[in-house]
Design a protein around this ligand. Structure first.
Ligand SMILES: Nc1ncnc2c1ncn2[C@@H]1O[C@H](COP(=O)(O)OP(=O)(O)OP(=O)(O)O)[C@@H](O)[C@H]1O
Ligand code: SF4
Ligand SMILES: [Mg+2]
Length: 366
């Protein structure tokens, strides 16, 4: 009797992205290693979140996942195909599966196009639907994201931030994607609107059988939605764990520090950036050994010379730390979980059951 192994939909293999930094007349070219040798597997049907302080490489990794950026080294596999080395023509066929929702819906929507044209555009590119069929789908998608079909003749500037993000989500859904990557999809919105858009994403995920990858600063948002969470520090993943395990017992000193800084009374009150003292070292010259060692209360001499690899702990979690076993369990976590929507609760239960199902099974709908 073997447990069913969750199916991988996207895999990164030691993916690295370097950007060229400042270059002066008498200065050599510098490089920012925004993402450094990140290897992870995202499972079909899960909500996978990536968290970390500003500048740690979350957006760069998110863009690499859907080939909005090319890696400098390493590979990104979508359903086993290395999309980092595909030609533009071959990539066009897969593009419909991999969609991106941007943080700022206003700048990502062409202001000269009507809402209807914006949502119809991906259907023109990726489907063979007739014009009346596309129009019908636009109306249906607008309804699905909680907007009136009559809005299709209006322009993006006529809408509020929350409505524009709903339009961005409808546009992402228009090609019939399998994966949606949201780069802080609610952080530009008012707190009251954030919850509505989060619940909308939850509902759409269930309805369209999507895999969601979410980038977020707000720990409460991540807690609310994620199945698994990757914690990034200075371009690297330092801990990867299921939601509850990470919040109940963070193992990496960086994750522990982030969790300890969450106030009990107001989970919305602070961002990751406020969670740690000490400056994040420059990504232009990251520290040797463990990149976290200048800020780590547990650092040893080994930590400043030898880089800890991200390794399995044997409990569906991974950690990059030489000494995690010594201080596992030290952290006190205080996050008060916001109430989940009924749909989110149902999906969480189904997801867990699905991971524990015995082979063989074909039931894949969350
Ligand atoms: N196009 C670029 N050119 C040069 N450097 C870049 C570029 N994009 C990102 N970087 C640098 O790469 C690093 C990671 O940036 P990234 O935007 O991925 O971080 P982030 O975690 O998304 O930050 P934030 O939370 O502020 O959005 C930063 O040091 C950033 O300055
Ligand atoms: S490897 Fe060392 S410096 Fe890095 S997190 Fe672990 S104890 Fe801290
Ligand atoms: Mg970002």
């Amino acid at each position: 009797m073997s447990l069913r192994t969750p199916e991988t939909i996207i895999e990164t293999q030691a993916v690295t992205k370097r950007f060229s930094g400042s270059r002066g007349l008498f200065r050599p070219a510098t490089f920012v290693s925004a993402v450094n040798a990140v290897s992870l597997k995202i499972r079909r049907g899960e909500t996978f979140s990536i968290v970390g302080e500003s500048g740690c490489g979350k957006s760069t990794l998110a863009r690499l996942l859907v080939r909005l950026l090319h890696p400098s080294e390493g590979a990104v596999l979508y359903q086993g195909t290395d999309i980092s080395s595909l030609s533009e023509t071959d990539m066009r066929r897969l593009r419909k599966d991999l969609q991106f929702v941007f943080q700022d819906p206003f700048s990502s929507l062409n202001p000269r196009m009507t809402v209807g044209a914006l949502i119809e555009e991906p259907m023109k590119v990726h489907t063979s639907l007739s014009r009346p069929e596309r129009r019908q789908n636009v109306a249906e998608l607008l309804r699905k994201v909680g907007l009136r079909p009559a809005f299709s003749n209006r322009y993006p500037h006529e809408f509020s931030g929350g409505q524009r993000q709903r339009i961005g989500i409808a546009r992402a859904l228009a090609s019939g994607p399998k994966v949606i990557v949201g780069d802080e999809p609610v952080s530009a919105l008012d707190v009251s609107v954030q919850a509505q858009v989060i619940n909308l994403l939850e509902d759409l995920k269930a309805e369209f059988d999507l895999t969601l990858v979410l980038i977020a600063h707000d720990l409460a948002v991540i807690r609310h939605m994620s199945d698994r969470i990757a914690v990034m520090y200075l371009g690297e993943v330092v801990e990867l764990a299921p939601n509850e395990a990470l919040y109940n017992e963070p193992l990496h000193p960086y994750t522990q520090a982030l969790m300890q800084a969450i106030p009990i009374a107001s989970p919305h009150g602070r961002s990751m950036d406020a969670a740690l003292t000490g400056d994040v070292p420059s990504p232009l010259a990251p520290p040797a050994g463990c990149r976290f060692h200048p800020r780590c209360p547990h650092a040893s001499s080994l930590c400043s010379t030898e880089k800890p690899e991200l390794t399995e702990t044997g409990t569906d979690r991974m950690i990059a730390c030489h000494h995690w076993e010594k201080f596992a369990g030290n952290a006190q976590t205080h996050l008060r979980e916001p109430p989940r929507s009924a749909n989110a609760e149902k999906r969480f239960t189904l997801f867990r059951e699905r991971c524990q199902q015995q082979e063989p099974t074909t039931a894949d709908n969350p």
